[in-house]
Design a protein around this ligand. Structure first.
Ligand SMILES: [Zn+2]
Length: 240
């Protein structure tokens, strides 16, 4: 890491410490390699809901990688239904979204505010209500389908696949032509163009993998998403 990157990283971490005073930064020599400590969750009326001990390794590609967060207090069961990997790592978002976030870059404070705190607040909610506050989202490969449904604003998997092909082939379609989704009468530039451009930030080989996963669910409409990320899958993370 260059001196300038280290300076920026330390600035970001100081920002974290001032907002989350129960978190500490750990160093090896001058290198801040992880954050750990207590995170408190409050409701909108500032009433404390609960607390967790967490550990966040500083990603090697910071800020161009979504950090990982481990729940080390052992409060949340390490099961897929709770969006926890066996080693206590939280499953924060769908894999394609992780890639897109990494490309855009994410600061540590933003990560805590937008991913870590909402994740643990949602866990507390689940513990008392037995459902998720923001609606159910899937763990494992079905989350890929859900992510692209959201990105392409459709729940029709054949439409999803048509959009994905355009992204995979990096096709430059006329913006004033009809959109290939066939969903409405909008011109391409006003319909799926932006979402397809966004998806095109993901590399082709990865998109092709997503295509085949979505196609599997299209061909097996009754198939309930039961699969779970394996340990291998877990280790392979970030290799994209
Ligand atoms: Zn469209």
């Amino acid at each position: 890491m260059t001196d300038r990157r280290l300076i920026h990283l330390n600035q970001d971490l100081r920002q974290v410490m001032s907002k989350y005073p129960d978190l500490q930064v750990h160093y090896v020599n001058d290198w801040p390699y992880k954050i750990s400590g207590r995170i408190e969750i409050f409701d909108t009326k500032k009433v404390k809901w609960g607390e967790f001990l967490i550990m966040i390794p500083v990603p090697p590609n910071y800020p161009n990688q979504l950090p990982e967060v481990y729940e080390i207090s052992g409060i949340i069961p390490r099961i897929a239904d709770r969006h926890m990997y066996p080693k206590g790592q939280a499953c924060l978002t769908a894999r394609p979204n992780e890639i897109l976030i990494g490309q855009r870059g994410i600061r540590m404070i933003e990560f805590l505010d937008e991913y870590v705190v909402p994740f643990f607040a949602n866990q507390i909610y689940f513990q008392s209500e037995n459902k998720w506050a923001n609606g159910e989202y899937s763990h494992g490969s079905y989350s890929i389908v859900e992510f692209f449904c959201q990105l392409f604003t459709t729940d029709k998997l054949d439409v999803l696949l048509r959009c994905l092909i355009i992204a995979i082939e990096r096709m430059e379609l006329p913006l004033n032509g009809k959109c290939l989704c066939g969903e409405n009468k909008f011109l391409y530039g006003k319909c799926h163009w932006k979402a397809i451009e966004h998806a095109s930030l993901i590399k082709r080989s990865q998109l092709m993998e997503y295509y085949s996963i979505i196609n599997y669910y299209r061909l097996n409409p009754g198939m309930k998403p039961i699969d779970v990320d394996t340990e291998d899958d877990f280790e392979g993370k970030g290799s994209t």
